[in-house]
Design a protein around this ligand. Structure first.
Ligand SMILES: C[S@@+](CC[C@H](N)C(=O)[O-])C[C@H]1O[C@@H](n2cnc3c(N)ncnc32)[C@H](O)[C@@H]1O
Length: 465
């Protein structure tokens, strides 16, 4: 039968795809339907039809899965942020573990992979230490501050309460929205590159109670902006939770055609960094100063869990020299430093490298060196032989050439930390070519209610090639 776009059909959802869409079958065709879960019977309308699969919009849930629960958040299913909030947390964890297994089998061709149960996050709400709200317009051109509407590139919906970060974060966002509406400064329009207000970045030190507020704008500054900044700072500092606000920044994002994007940061109030602490399983309390643009794991509690999993491996393998590649602000290096002779970290972001060294000194750790640069280029300049290498790349994973060079270190152990099971599985298949076998995969849930899952993967080379 010829299927048509817009055609509405009924189908049962029997599985969940990575990304959160439910999967059903219609006339032998695999159909992906967002906002559904296994056990649902739904009506859905096709909007994309390919030879072997199709995508359809949910029209109606005819019969709800017995596993469905009522989401806590009124924006669930609308804002696109927490795709799995209608699913009990235990089911989310089962789904994530299965997804890791499937990725290894399907992409990595590593069958029956040694995937442990996911380490759950104790608090499934308010766990984030960082949020980004965007300024914009809704479909009726009202001024908004919130999140992008899924499927509509330029529409931003107001978010008055987000349960992912402490309630004070929503209070700040609501106060900033009211302030900006009064000022009548225009949101930046990405469609034409005009306007002023871009985003509001919030960071929170979960263990220190500190907050960093960062207003991102274009360089098309309104005339009354500078004189209004004192008022802006006073407004924030008058909020009931204001003692927590320890830094207020304005970041001017300058993007000119044909030139690389640059950001000019101006500290309007307080300290230049947000301070956070993390505890190792051995009881050491590590202090981290985090500048506005540096990477820091967004779930503080689970960052400790994640890094302690790495520390356990390090203690078990007792390496002398460790390479921490893609080291960010050096958090992994700092966790393991006491258990090894030396750590060498490499990181692209200049601010992160600077702060990694400063943080090391602050924590009285002196057996680490951090180098700034692209690891893909720097790797050939690292002449020493590490007995353990940690890699923690961005979602895209490792380049093929990098993997080859990594294998040339002849390190018996690689700890691959990854936020993307697909690229992790792909890279493990490649590492297999160089004699590395996957010994253990420990998923850690850093992002409840989303389909994201972090993994600590232990690879060992039994017989050096
Ligand atoms: C997933 S983060 C890990 C950071 C750190 N390990 C941590 O847990 O905080 C990835 C890091 O890789 C850095 N990065 C991205 N591409 C890079 C490259 N080509 N060379 C070096 N570092 C890179 C990013 O700036 C980021 O800090």
């Amino acid at each position: 039968m010829q299927l048509k776009k817009g055609q509405v059909v009924e189908l049962d959802i029997h599985a969940l795809a990575f990304g959160g869409a439910g999967i059903g079958k219609y006339e032998g065709l695999t159909v992906f339907v967002e906002k559904t879960m296994p056990g649902d019977r739904v009506k859905a309308s096709f909007f994309k039809i390919k030879k072997h699969y199709a995508h359809a919009d949910l029209v109606e849930i005819i019969k709800e899965s017995p596993d469905r629960i009522k989401p806590k958040c009124p924006y669930s299913g609308i804002c696109g942020g927490c795709q799995l909030q209608f699913m009990p947390y235990e089911k989310q964890l089962e789904f994530k573990k299965q997804h890791v297994i499937d990725s290894f089998e399907r992409i990595g061709k590593i069958y029956d992979p040694p995937v442990e149960d996911v380490i759950p996050c104790e608090d499934v709400f308010y766990y984030r230490n960082k949020l980004e709200f965007s300024f914009g317009y809704d479909a009726d051109m009202n001024f908004t501050l919130g999140y992008h509407v899924p499927g509509r590139r330029f529409d931003i919906m107001d978010i008055k309460e987000c349960h992912l970060m402490s309630p004070f974060a929503s209070e700040i966002a609501n106060a900033v929205r009211d302030f900006m509406k009064r000022k009548k400064w225009p949101p930046f329009k990405y469609s034409c590159g005009e306007g002023f207000l871009k985003a509001l970045f919030l960071r929170e030190g979960k263990n220190t109670g500190e907050f960093m507020v960062n207003l991102a704008t274009s360089d098309d500054t309104p005339e009354d902006f500078d004189e209004s900044m004192e008022e802006f700072v006073s407004m924030l500092l008058a909020l009931p939770g204001s003692p927590g606000i320890t830094s207020i920044y304005r970041s001017k994002i300058i993007s000119k055609r044909g030139q690389p994007r640059r950001t000019e940061e101006t500290l309007l109030h307080g300290k230049p960094v947000l301070t956070e602490t993390l505890k190792t399983k051995n009881g050491d309390n590590l202090v981290f100063d985090i500048p506005p643009q540096a990477f820091f794991q967004v779930n503080t509690v689970q960052a400790e869990v994640l890094y302690n999993e790495i520390l356990k491996i390090v203690e078990d393998k007792s390496p002398d020299l460790v390479f921490d590649l893609f080291c960010g602000t050096g958090s992994i290096a700092m966790f393991i430093a006491k258990s090894v002779e030396r750590v060498t970290g490499v990181e692209l972001n200049k601010d992160s490298v600077k702060i990694a060294s400063a943080n090391a000194t602050k924590n009285g750790i002196f057996n680490m060196d951090f180098f700034q640069g692209d690891v893909n280029k720097m790797i050939s300049t690292l002449k020493e032989r590490p007995s353990l290498v940690v890699v923690d790349p961005p979602r895209a994973g490792l380049a093929k050439k990098f993997i080859k060079q990594l294998s040339e270190f002849d390190s018996p152990v690689i700890v691959y930390v990854s936020c993307n099971p697909s690229t992790l599985a792909r890279d493990c298949e490649e590492l297999k070519e160089y004699g590395y076998a996957v010994k253990k995969i420990q998923p850690v849930d850093m992002f409840p209610h989303t389909f994201h899952i972090e993994n600590v993967c232990l690879l060992e080379r039994d017989n050096l090639l």
